[in-house]
Design a protein around this ligand. Structure first.
Ligand SMILES: [Zn+2]
Length: 259
């Protein structure tokens, strides 16, 4: 199976997995990039996986389903266009001999799910996490609480370190500018910024990222690290005994206000 990010809109990626004959797409906010990729590679669409209800992740679902008849899988607690198989924590989507396990990751939206494909035949695991975890950042909290998002990110961070993190947006450089403000002394972060800047200079995606890298550089996976804790406490003037969720909330608010 080959993994390809199909660019959509200004900075979305629609992830496509294909085996030379069949394809699976994740979060097709727009149908046209998918139709183009199917035609270009002479592929049949075998399934559509959706992580959450936002239009830039679901806008192409109805047209793709109508044209191809591909089954749609989506979050049990959200409404997405057309008929779909509702999934929640512990369920799986079985497509083309692959078993994608579902992880509930509320926070960005209330019913957001992620899909995890374990390692197979020497291939690294894949994580399709929608707008929950980004490289160097995390999604905004539109519907969930900081405590929910922190628990969701903890669940993702516990997956194998070699997992390839397939995020739905190319937000990496902007996220890393913020990460550097939080942890200016993080040498792994400095190195990763140079790596991502080089990729973007060549107009290449920074994604997928690797989960082990995210654990070392992403402040939203590091809100209990001493360096991040200290920076957030100082920035938000939190007391030393502030709860984990309050520290995470202050970190997220700092990012929202960061220019
Ligand atoms: Zn979203």
């Amino acid at each position: 199976m080959t993994l390809v990010p199909l660019p959509a809109f200004a900075d979305n990626y629609i992830w496509m997995l294909q085996d030379g004959s069949n394809a699976i797409v994740v979060d097709p906010g727009d149908a046209q990039p998918v139709f183009d990729a199917l035609a270009r590679n002479k592929l049949q669409l075998a399934a559509i996986l959706v992580t959450h209800h936002h239009a830039d992740h679901t806008g192409g679902v109805a047209a793709l389903q109508a044209a191809t008849g591909a089954p749609v899988f989506g979050p049990a607690r959200e409404r997405i266009p057309g008929p779909f198989t509702p999934l929640s924590h512990g369920d799986s989507a079985d497509v083309l001999g692959l078993r994608f396990s579902v992880i509930d990751v509320p926070g960005h939206t209330a019913g957001h799910i992620a899909y995890f494909l374990p390692a197979r035949q020497g291939r690294a695991p894949l994580l399709f996490c929608g707008d929950t975890l980004f490289s160097g950042g995390c999604g905004r909290l539109f519907e969930g609480t900081p405590a929910q998002m922190l628990a969701s990110l903890d669940a993702l961070a516990a997956l194998p370190g070699d997992s390839r993190v397939c995020c739905a947006h190319e937000y990496t450089l902007a996220n890393l500018r913020f990460a550097r403000a939080v942890e200016p002394g993080n040498a792994d972060l400095t190195q990763y910024i140079a790596h991502c800047e080089s990729l973007r200079a060549q107009e290449l995606p920074t994604l997928p990222s690797q989960l082990a890298t995210e654990r070392r550089i992403n402040p939203f996976l590091r809100s209990r690290e001493a360096t991040v804790l200290r920076a957030v406490r100082e920035h938000a003037e939190l007391s030393a005994d502030a709860a984990e969720a309050d520290v995470f909330a202050a970190l997220r608010q700092w990012k929202n206000d960061f220019r």
